[in-house]
Design a protein around this ligand. Structure first.
Ligand code: ADP
Ligand code: MG
Length: 313
């Protein structure tokens, strides 16, 4: 049939939960043949929880509390999960010399986490902090490599095993020694596999982009059924990946939620932001926003982009 008019497209879209902002690049929208998805917060809920804490030569609790202090000033979703879990541990109270665990879950029993003396973010890798005269590093393999820290095989085995389940593992290092690891899980959004399948049925390629490590990315990609994935991307790498896909001849829609995603949302032929979970920067940069983070609207948004004669704008 004939292309629907811009005005009715925008109206229909809004009634269907997609906010369209228009924009001069959208004339390519009709030719979208690939949708790139950010992983964390887009295909997944972006609400990590601590699945396991493992001390190597120290008790698990010490690993968790040291990591929480180092992460206290970080706004990363992994940091939030670590700090929340450390706060919710049973309070260790002393009673006549014996340590007694109080398991009541009232707010008053929440542990206080000490502030670090200083704290630095290493983008896409982790954090470095000082507390109590110790340097504490919490981060991924790349951060350990940068600092020439060797990973004993027992720890590498633990990390591999958790990553193969789709979990993200951060190492905890005190004064240059690995004292433990924390495995975190971030559930898929329920709609994600169905949305990917619907796009594939419509002949559209799907790719997942993530800063997370290769093994975790592979496990999540398989769970969601996506065609391809690119892992261990720094924020600027996500944008250059979109450019490469375009150079290869693809017309690309990008779906993302984070500040990290703003450059790639801007570079994509059509940028689609998660409207509720999305950061302001992502929403401002995108061409469309999903009003209720409803991924199920994506195939519709792509179909609508294709049916709309954008060049009249
Ligand atoms: P994503 O949003 O996909 O998790 P990021 O670029 O934010 O991507 O992070 C990539 C990786 O860097 C994480 O999977 C983690 O290994 C590490 N990382 C980032 N921030 C932190 C942090 N605050 N603490 C520990 N590790 C971190
Ligand atoms: Mg994200």
């Amino acid at each position: 049939g004939p292309p629907v008019s811009i005005v009715s497209a925008i109206g229909n879209a809004a009634r269907s939960g997609v906010l369209m902002k228009g924009g001069e690049h959208l004339e390519r929208a009709g030719k979208i043949d690939l949708v790139a998805f950010d992983k964390t917060g887009t295909l997944t809920k972006g609400e990590s929880t601590v699945a396991d804490v493992e001390g190597f030569g120290v008790v698990d609790d010490e690993v968790l509390s040291l990591a929480a202090t180092a992460e206290k000033k970080s706004e990363h979703h992994l940091a939030d999960a670590i700090v929340d879990t450390a706060r919710e541990r049973p309070t260790a109270a002393t009673d006549g010399g014996a340590t007694v665990a109080q398991a009541d879950n009232t707010d008053a029993s929440l542990q206080s986490i000490s502030d670090p003396d200083d704290f630095d973010v290493v983008a896409g890798k982790g954090v470095i902090a000082h507390t109590d005269g110790h340097e504490v590093v919490v981060g991924n393999r790349a951060l350990l490599d940068d600092r020439d820290i060797d990973v004993p095989s027992r720890i590498a085995d633990y990390v591999r095993e958790r990553e193969e389940r789709g979990e993200t593992v951060v190492h905890v290092i005190r004064d240059g020694d690995i004292i433990g690891a924390i495995a975190l899980r971030d559930e898929l959004r329920e709609a994600a596999p169905g949305v990917v399948a619907a796009l594939q049925d419509a002949g559209i390629e799907t790719v997942m982009l993530t800063g997370d490590n290769e093994r975790t990315a592979a496990a999540v990609a398989e769970e969601v059924g996506i065609d391809d994935y690119r892992a261990e991307l720094l924020p600027e790498d996500k944008q250059s990946t979109i450019e490469e896909l375009q150079t290869d001849g693809h017309v690309v829609a990008m779906v993302g939620d984070g500040i990290n995603d703003a450059p790639s949302l801007a570079t994509a032929d059509v940028g689609i932001a998660m409207g509720a979970a999305g950061t302001d920067t992502a929403i401002e940069t995108a061409d469309m926003a999903l009003m209720a983070d409803d991924l199920e609207r994506i195939p519709y948004a792509v179909k609508l982009s294709k049916a709309t004669r954008w060049n009249v704008l």
